[in-house]
Design a protein around this ligand. Structure first.
Ligand code: AMP
Ligand code: MG
Length: 473
């Protein structure tokens, strides 16, 4: 394994040397072979195993320091309270990827926390990050999962675990806020240079490399918001310390995938005000970017920063339009505008399962509405909408069956329902990882039929809907 330490070379202002502290009777219980191959990591070699799991100390492993706006309030110093960056490796695409162990033990930034993660949260992050990847949403990935016999105390004692995750970068909006609000100009400049060199080298040739990079960050953030909205993903803790400068979904905590369509849904039980409710996510994305732009107020003029932020909305809207065009099998954004608002209003009043609906729509035959009508109370209203939809669809230059076939490649049959994660977790806590693997398999191939796993595509049972997730992990 060719581990590099570019971030470590930035120096002490950016991080603290931190070793992974293995857990009691730690076991490697799951690893991602295809990701390991992509990163040229021979995960089965004894030497690699010892390095990754923390049994052999890595001289340059570290925890990062950053700040962040948490639920609207500024925290001047946060950091990896339970994560250790082992280093970077090059992927087969030529890009560098961070290897980051979550739950690795106390760090200088742990504050009152124990630096640990529980098996429950590691499994939730493993499943979500791989499911998001399969849905073509930029995300951190899961490379390996370790369980242990170490008790970690939350509301009750739970099994401690570690998750080895991979992302292009772990630099957060909050990294910039950390230096900006302390007036540390030299370090801020160093960080800008680092990001340009490692993540946005194509911007170096621009007249203003910083401006060019920030436009790209704004656009990546806009696209990721569009993607979350299109699949019904809710992050749950959209603080600026959880927002990645490389435009990846990171830090999976009390997230949720929408089941019944409910625009005001709040998945995080600790988010009492609904600050990060589903329908608010695109606005929060812009709010967070606004926090980020402030950090460059000594580098760029106010008007320039505003102009950069103004790239957000059109990018988000146009990307969302494209995504919804393919989900609905429509040829133009105009068609989406004509049909989507009324559809969403029906889905909301019917409390219909968002993903089940789009999967059914992908199988709709001309004039045969029963499979969808059987799912709703107000058949008349849905019927009227389906007639309008069909009238638009038949004008397409593409054959009906061909459009249906392509809709089936973007509307997943399998989505990570909270209760499925819950069941996989209960089994794993008893040492049985089969339900986890079975679920992982369908989530990583969510558009395939997998008839043997039909039960995993069903709506949640009543008990499964009332499960609560919160920040405690
Ligand atoms: P989050 O919003 O879950 O990403 O976490 C917010 C901050 O709390 C981050 O700086 C984490 O590193 C830190 N944190 C969360 N859980 C723990 C823990 N068990 N021990 C130490 N720090 C933690
Ligand atoms: Mg975080």
């Amino acid at each position: 394994m060719n581990l590099k330490h570019h971030f470590a070379s930035l120096g002490e202002a950016f991080s603290s040397k931190t070793l992974v502290q293995p857990l009691l009777e730690q076991r490697l219980v799951e690893f991602n072979q295809s990701l390991a191959s992509f990163l040229s990591i021979d995960i089965k070699s004894t030497e690699t195993k010892r390095i990754l799991s923390g049994e052999d100390a890595l001289p340059h492993s570290l925890s990062m320091v950053y700040a962040g706006h948490q639920f609207g309030g500024f925290s001047p110093q946060l950091g990896d309270g339970r994560g250790v960056l082992l280093g970077e490796v090059r992927g087969q695409d030529g890009l560098l990827y961070d290897l980051h162990m979550k739950g690795a033990g106390p760090t200088p930034y742990s504050r009152r926390g124990d630096g640990r993660a529980v098996l429950r949260s590691c499994i939730r992050e493993y499943l979500a990050s791989e499911a998001m990847t399969a849905l073509s949403i930029p995300s951190s990935r899961a490379l390996a999962l370790y369980d242990s016999r170490e008790a970690v105390y939350r509301e009750t004692p739970e099994a401690g675990a570690m998750l080895l995750r991979v992302a292009q970068g772990h630099i957060r909006f909050g990294h910039f806020e950390y230096f900006f609000y302390q007036g540390k100009q030299a370090e801020l400049d160093q960080l800008i240079e680092y990001c340009l060199t490692h993540y946005y080298p194509e911007c170096l040739a621009a007249e203003s490399p910083l401006e060019s990079m920030l436009i790209e960050v704004v656009k990546r953030t806009a696209r990721i918001m569009a993607k979350w909205q299109s699949v019904g993903f809710q992050h749950g803790v959209m603080n600026t310390d959880n927002f990645s400068f490389t435009g990846e979904t990171i830090d999976y905590g009390p997230y949720g995938f929408m089941e019944d369509y409910e625009p005001d849904w709040v998945c995080n039980h600790s988010d009492h005000e609904g600050r990060y409710a589903f329908s608010r996510q695109p606005g929060v994305g812009l709010w967070n970017l606004n926090c980020l732009m402030r950090c460059f107020s000594k580098h760029l003029e106010r008007d320039q920063l505003i102009a950069i932020l103004q790239c957000y909305e059109p990018e988000l809207q146009s990307h969302y339009d494209v995504l919804m065009m393919s989900k609905m099998g429509l040829d133009s954004a105009q068609d989406v505008y004509a049909l989507l608002p009324s559809l969403l209003s029906i889905l909301a009043s019917e409390k219909m399962d968002y993903n089940v609906f789009f999967r059914l729509l992908s199988r709709l035959e001309q004039g045969v509405y029963t499979p969808i009508l059987d799912e709703v109370v107000d058949r008349e209203k849905m019927s009227v909408w389906l007639e309008r939809y069909e009238a638009v669809r038949v004008k397409s230059v593409h054959a009906w069956s061909q459009v249906n076939a392509s809709m089936l490649t973007v509307n997943p049959k399998f989505i990570l329902r909270n209760y499925l994660a819950h069941e996989a977790i209960l089994s794993a806590e008893r040492g049985d990882y089969l339900p986890f693997r079975r679920l992982l398999h369908v989530l990583t191939h969510p558009f395939d039929e997998h008839p043997e796993s039909d039960s995993l595509a069903q709506r949640s049972p009543e008990w499964g809907r009332s499960l609560e997730v919160s920040c405690s992990s």
